[in-house]
Design a protein around this ligand. Structure first.
Ligand code: FMN
Length: 322
């Protein structure tokens, strides 16, 4: 929305974007019911924002870094969000517990001492939910206590000053100064995982080492995946050749069966023809036999007539013999 409206109004866009997920510390840009809803997890909303920004990058021929924030604790987390399209990360909680952080030592000790169940979602007077460490101050507020204060800043329009039981700016500053009973200790959802105060240099070294390890592991995973794909390809190739071989084999079989069928048909035709020839032969033989019989009869008849003629000549028979 900011990009669209800036683009329309000013023909310009922001230089960078921070996508803060629901695991962050402090005020959260989510409704209470969205905070634990997996649909609003940073892992899901970050790639969506990266995709939306892409269109503006193309339009303005500029690179807009998208920075992921909220619950990022280790170098492996940084690697994960880089893989999801982030160009950088914004980390709060881990840097609170460094020597260089200018908050009071009691603020840092509150982080070291807290357990997971001590980190809660509060309803801030400015109308937003916030994540903080439960302490005596928050318990008093939950029990209905009201703090006397005079609004010095009117820092946020959305703040309901009249009905607010405390001034958010005041109590946050109290926490920074280590005033435990009047301080609100904002913290990220992973604050309970911090176990010692380190220097920024140590923290960065730790994050870099973890990042590199995750990267190597990621590369190893990619290599494994690649090898699996290769294996699959080889198997597919084999299957393909088996198919071709079998296909060819069955084609050859079919072809041979065709020839066989043809041969059988031919044989049947041949036998039929031979039968015909044989029956013709038999007929012919019959005819020959008949002819021979007839010939014999004719010869006999001829002989008879010769005899008759002879007798006629000699005067013994007056009519031809039958
Ligand atoms: C003690 C504390 C105070 C914060 N105050 C602000 C603030 O005033 N404005 C803001 O936009 N974010 C604030 N944040 C949020 C951080 O800027 C950051 O985005 C967030 O803490 C990142 O999550 P992480 O703490 O899990 O690393 C605060 C965070 C912490 C822990």
């Amino acid at each position: 929305m900011i990009f669209k409206s800036w683009s329309k109004k000013y023909k310009d866009i922001p230089d960078a974007v921070v996508v803060e997920g629901p695991k962050a510390g402090g005020h959260l840009g989510f409704k209470v019911e969205q905070i634990d809803d997996p649909d609003f997890a940073l892992e899901l909303i970050l790639p969506e924002v990266v995709a939306e920004i892409k269109a503006f990058e193309d339009l303005y021929h500029r690179t807009i870094p998208v920075i992921a924030a909220g619950g990022i604790f280790t170098g492996a987390d940084i690697y994960k969000f880089f893989k999801l399209g982030a160009s950088g990360v914004q980390m709060g909680t881990r840097f609170v517990v460094t020597h260089e952080c200018d908050a009071n030592i009691r603020f840092k000790e509150a982080y070291l001492a807290c357990r997971e169940e001590d980190i809660e979602i509060i309803k801030s007077p400015v109308g937003m939910p916030g994540r903080a460490i439960r302490n005596s101050f928050l318990k008093d507020i939950a029990a209905g206590k009201k703090m006397r204060f005079k609004c010095a800043w009117r820092c946020l329009k959305s703040c309901d000053v009249k009905n607010a039981r405390y001034c958010i700016s005041l109590v946050l500053d109290n926490a920074r100064q280590g005033i435990l009973d009047k301080g609100l200790f904002f913290a990220g959802s992973n604050a309970y995982r911090v176990d010692k105060i380190v220097s920024v240099n140590e923290l960065l070294q730790e994050l870099i080492t973890q990042y590199q390890y995750a990267e190597e592991k990621g590369a190893g995973k990619l290599k494994d995946e690649y090898e699996k794909v290769l294996e699959k390809l080889v198997a597919l190739k084999e299957e393909y050749f088996i198919d071709i071989k079998e296909g060819l084999g069955s084609l050859v079989d079919e072809y041979e069966r065709g020839i066989e069928k043809g041969t059988v048909l031919f044989r049947e035709e041949y036998l039929k023809t031979m039968d015909k020839i044989n029956s013709l032969k038999a007929e012919y033989q019959n005819a020959v036999d008949k002819a021979n019989l007839l010939k014999a009869e004719i010869v006999e008849m001829f002989e008879h007539y010769s005899l008759f003629d002879k007798l006629q000549i000699e005067g013994t028979c007056r009519e031809p013999c039958r």
